[in-house]
Write a protein that binds this ligand. Structure first.
Ligand SMILES: Nc1ncnc2c1ncn2[C@@H]1O[C@H](COP(=O)(O)OP(=O)(O)OP(=O)(O)O)[C@@H](O)[C@H]1O
Length: 252
C-alpha cells in the first residue's frame, strides 16, 4: 500500500503541495485528478524522488520512500510512465523496453545493449520478458523499429512495456490519455484494467480525461491548490461540491 501523509512541497513562495495525504491500496487503481496547477505532477515527482518534500512522509509497504534514492524507487517496486514520453528515439522498441529492466534485473544491461562483450548472457531472461510484454501489448511487429517515427498511440504502449518489465507492484501513470484519440483512450482503459488483473499491481493514475478516470478507477483523489479536496469512489468525487467548484472556477 502507498501511504502519502501531510506532504508539503514548496518552490520559493509557491506551495505546490500543502499537507497532501491519501492512500492507494494493494491492487487498486487510484485516480489523481485536479485542475492545471493543482499539484498532481509534483506529487508524482515526490513519490519517484525527483523532488524532496519539505515535510511529510511517503511509505510504500514497509519502505520509507523519502529515504530512498531515485534509482532505488524502481527496486522497491515502483515504475512510472511519463506525460511526454521518455523513450530513446534512435533505439528500437525492443531496446527501449529492455532499458526499463536496467538496475532491477542486472547491472550489465546497458553494456550489453551497446554490444560490449561478456554481458550478453545476462540479458537473455530480460529479452524473453520483453518479448512476452511486446506480444501482450501488440508491439511485436514494430519490435525492431526505432521509436522515432512510430505513431503516438504505439509509443504510449512502448512506455507501458518499458515500465512493466521491471515487474512493478505499483505503476504510476502520468496522463496516459494525453494525445490519444477517443477510441485509443477507450482501448487504454480496457488495457490498464486487464493488465492490473493479470499482474496484480496497483495503479496511481494522474489524468485529465474524466471518461478514463471514471471508467477505470476504483478510487479517486481530487486535488486543488496543492490540497486534497476529495477522496472516495469515482462518482462521489466527481459530484463533490469542492471538485465541481475547482473545475468551474478554473474554466470561468
Ligand atoms: N519546478 C517548478 N518550479 C516552480 N514551480 C513549480 C515547479 N513545478 C511545479 N510548480 C508549481 O507548482 C504548482 C503545482 O504544479 P504541478 O505541475 O504539480 O500541477 P499539476 O496538477 O500537475 O498541473 P497540470 O495538470 O497542468 O500538469 C503550480 O503552481 C506550478 O506552477
Amino acid at each position: 500500500m502507498l501511504q502519502v501523509s501531510d506532504v508539503v512541497l514548496r518552490f520559493g513562495g509557491v506551495t505546490a503541495l500543502d499537507r497532501v495525504g491519501f492512500e492507494v491500496a494493494d491492487g487498486e487503481i487510484c485516480g489523481l485528478i485536479g485542475p492545471n496547477g493543482a499539484g498532481k505532477t509534483s506529487l508524482f515527482n515526490c513519490v519517484t524522488r525527483v523532488y524532496q518534500p519539505a515535510e511529510g512522509t511517503i511509505r510504500y509497504g514497509d519502505v520509507d520512500v523519502l529515504g530512498l534514492r531515485r534509482h532505488q524507487v524502481i527496486r522497491a517496486g515502483v515504475a512510472r510512465t511519463f506525460q511526454n514520453l521518455a523513450l530513446w528515439p534512435e533505439m528500437t522498441v525492443l531496446q527501449n523496453t529492455v532499458v526499463g529492466a536496467h538496475g532491477v534485473q542486472t547491472p550489465h544491461l546497458l553494456p550489453s545493449l551497446v554490444g560490449w562483450p561478456g554481458s550478453r548472457k545476462a540479458t537473455k531472461q530480460v529479452e524473453r520478458d520483453a518479448w512476452a510484454l511486446l506480444e501482450r501489448l501488440d508491439l511485436t511487429e514494430v519490435a525492431h523499429l526505432p521509436a522515432a517515427g512510430l505513431p503516438f498511440g504505439t509509443l504510449k504502449r512502448v512506455e507501458l512495456a518499458r515500465a512493466l518489465i521491471s515487474r512493478p507492484s505499483l505503476l504510476l501513470l502520468d496522463e496516459p490519455a494525453g494525445g490519444l484519440t477517443h477510441s485509443e483512450v477507450s482501448e487504454l482503459g480496457d488495457l490498464i484494467r486487464s493488465l492490473r488483473d493479470e499482474f496484480g499491481f496497483s495503479v496511481l493514475l494522474v489524468e485529465h480525461h474524466m471518461g478514463l478516470v471514471m471508467g477505470v478507477c476504483d478510487h479517486v483523489v481530487a486535488m486543488d491548490f496543492g490540497r486534497t479536496i476529495a477522496d472516495g469512489r469515482p462518482a462521489e468525487v466527481q459530484r463533490h461540491p469542492e471538485v465541481v467548484a475547482a473545475y468551474l472556477g478554473r474554466s470561468a
